[in-house]
Write a new protein. Structure first.
Length: 265
């Protein structure tokens, strides 16, 4: 498989709901257009910010279908499809591909606390189950386990594991991955506030929460950094930093969903 260049700004889309708990399809379509018109490079539904862990399979399928339909292939759609069950993660990956996703975001198994070899075997099994690009999602704060650099580098050798969303907050670990990974492997910051630093160190972009609210500004920041214009990128970083921080004054996605509601989205 040829690796697709998943880089730049990917929005970790929220999932809007109606008061009765059903998916607000109209609001989701409006959000997709708002993102693409703002210049984001990728859309990632059904991840942490999209409440993927609490959506049922049919809801997940429908959210991915809507995002694929509304995006009209203007940008890649990478669907959250992970689980702490390898079998369920494989099922989710197959469903995401059937729904039209261009790739999947697969979180490290949570609760079970696997060994490093366990992480490797989990993702290897997912990768071998379907011919679709996979972004591994390392978020120890949510899963209680860290995918170490040496394990991630082993996974990077698997052809359809194309990127990592690194949300460990450990710059040393991130630098090890950047330094040693294949040239076509993408390292994406999983933390808005660290995106500039990760790109400056050789990373390739961010999976962003703040781009839900400010897609244009975040996309401009990321592309300025990727082009080496760090004066402009730093200026935008500090303008956005208060909003980045505000998005985590309560558990994500509560603040960002409140902000979008205030914006009429």
């Amino acid at each position: 498989m040829t690796r697709k260049p998943f880089q730049g700004t990917g929005t970790a889309l929220i999932t809007p709901f109606k008061p009765d708990g059903s998916i607000d399809e109209k609001a989701l379509r409006l959000l997709v257009d708002f993102q693409i018109e703002g210049g984001v490079d990728m859309l990632l539904p059904c991840g942490t910010t999209g409440e993927g862990a609490t959506l049922d399979a049919d809801e997940t399928d429908r959210v991915v279908e809507i995002v694929v339909e509304q995006s009209k292939r203007r940008v890649p759609v990478i669907a959250g499809a992970g689980s702490n069950s390898t079998a369920k993660a494989i099922q989710g990956t197959r469903r995401a591909k059937k729904a039209g996703a261009d790739g999947v975001l697969s979180v490290g198994p949570y609760y079970n606390k696997p060994t490093q070899q366990g992480y490797y075997e989990h993702f290897k099994a997912i990768a071998e189950s379907e011919d679709i690009p996979i972004i591994v999602y390392n978020v120890p704060g949510r899963t209680s386990g860290n995918i170490e650099a040496k394990t991630m580098l082993r996974l990077a050798e698997i052809p359809n594991i194309v990127a990592v969303k690194e949300a460990s907050g450990n710059l040393g670990q991130i630098m090890d991955i950047i330094r040693e990974s294949p040239r076509d492997f993408r390292i994406l910051s999983g933390d808005d506030a660290m995106a500039l630093a990760v790109i400056a160190l050789g990373g390739h972009g961010v999976v962003s929460v703040v781009s839900n609210e400010a897609p244009g500004m975040m996309s401009t920041l990321v592309h300025a950094a990727l082009e080496g214009n760090f004066i402009k990128a730093r200026e935008l970083h500090y303008k956005l930093l208060p909003l980045m921080n505000a998005n985590f004054i309560e558990s994500n996605p509560i603040p960002v969903k409140a902000a979008l509601a205030m914006m009429g989205l």
